[in-house]
Design a protein around this ligand. Structure first.
Ligand SMILES: C[S@@+](CC[C@H](N)C(=O)[O-])C[C@H]1O[C@@H](n2cnc3c(N)ncnc32)[C@H](O)[C@@H]1O
Length: 211
C-alpha cells in the first residue's frame, strides 16, 4: 500500500500507534479552523441534546460542553484510539453527566427517533458510503425543528491534496445543496463559509421540518 492510501485510510479510521499519535495531532491542528466554524454555526444551548458523528479527538465536544451548564452532548466514533483520547479529554464532563462518547459505527448504531436538538459532523462526509442513507438516518433521529451542521472542505480544494480517491469522496457546495434538498423534510438549507487558514471552511446547515 502506498503512503497516500495508508494516510487516507488512517484519516477515515485512525488505528494503532500511527492513529493515536500522528493522526490525532493532524486532526487537532489541521481541522481547527473548520471546527471553529462548526462550533459557531451549531450554537448548542443549555438543555440541548446534541450528537457529533465522527467525534475524533473530542476537542469540539469539550469546547461545546465547556459553554453549557445543562444538557447532553454525545459523540460517536468507530476508531478506538480516537474514542480513548476523546474520553480522556472529556473526563470531567463525562463524570458530570454532560458528555457521552460511544465507540461504534454510525451506520450501524441505532439512536432513538426524534431525539437530538443538534447534530453536527466535521470532515466525515468524504467517507459516507451512502450519503442519502446517512442523511435519512440523521433526519430520523433529529427532533422536528432540530438543526444539522456538516463541516467540510469543498471538492476544488480537496482535489489538490494527495489523498486516495477510492477512500475520499469529494463534494462541491452545490452537491451538498442537492443532497439535502433531494431528501425532503429539511428546511432553511444554506451553506455558510469562512475564509482564512489554509482552506476555505464550509458548513452545510439545515433544520428538520416541524410538520
Ligand atoms: C477526518 S476525521 C475528523 C475528526 C474530527 N471530526 C475533526 O474534524 O478533527 C474522521 C473521523 O470520523 C470517524 N468516522 C468516520 N466514519 C465513521 C462512522 N461511519 N462511524 C463513526 N465514526 C466514523 C473516524 O474514526 C475519524 O475519527
Amino acid at each position: 500500500m502506498n503512503y497516500s492510501t495508508y494516510f487516507s485510510k488512517q484519516a477515515r479510521k485512525p488505528t494503532g500507534i500511527f492513529g493515536r499519535f500522528r493522526m490525532s495531532r493532524i486532526f487537532e491542528k489541521g481541522n481547527a479552523e473548520l471546527n471553529a466554524l462548526v462550533f459557531k454555526t451549531v450554537s448548542v444551548e443549555d438543555n440541548d441534546h446534541a450528537l457529533e458523528i465522527g467525534s475524533g479527538t473530542g476537542t469540539l465536544i469539550k469546547d461545546i460542553a465547556d459553554t453549557i451548564s445543562k444538557g447532553l452532548i454525545e459523540g460517536i466514533d468507530f476508531s478506538k484510539p480516537m474514542v480513548s483520547i476523546a474520553r480522556k479529554k472529556n473526563k470531567k464532563h463525562i463524570n458530570g453527566g454532560k458528555v457521552k462518547i460511544h465507540l461504534g459505527d454510525f451506520d450501524q448504531v441505532v439512536f432513538d427517533p426524534n431525539s437530538f436538538d443538534k447534530i453536527f459532523t466535521v470532515n466525515t462526509v468524504y467517507f459516507w458510503k451512502n450519503p442519502d442513507a446517512t442523511i435519512a438516518e440523521i433526519h430520523r433521529i433529529l427532533k422536528p425543528g432540530g438543526k444539522l451542521v456538516i463541516g467540510f472542505h469543498d471538492k476544488s480544494e480537496m482535489k489538490k491534496m494527495p489523498l486516495n480517491k477510492d477512500v475520499f469522496k469529494y463534494y462541491s457546495t452545490h452537491d451538498f445543496q442537492e443532497l439535502l434538498l433531494n431528501h425532503g423534510g429539511l428546511d432553511n438549507i444554506e451553506i455558510v463559509s469562512k475564509s482564512g487558514g489554509q482552506k476555505v471552511s464550509y458548513c452545510a446547515v439545515c433544520m428538520k421540518s416541524e410538520a
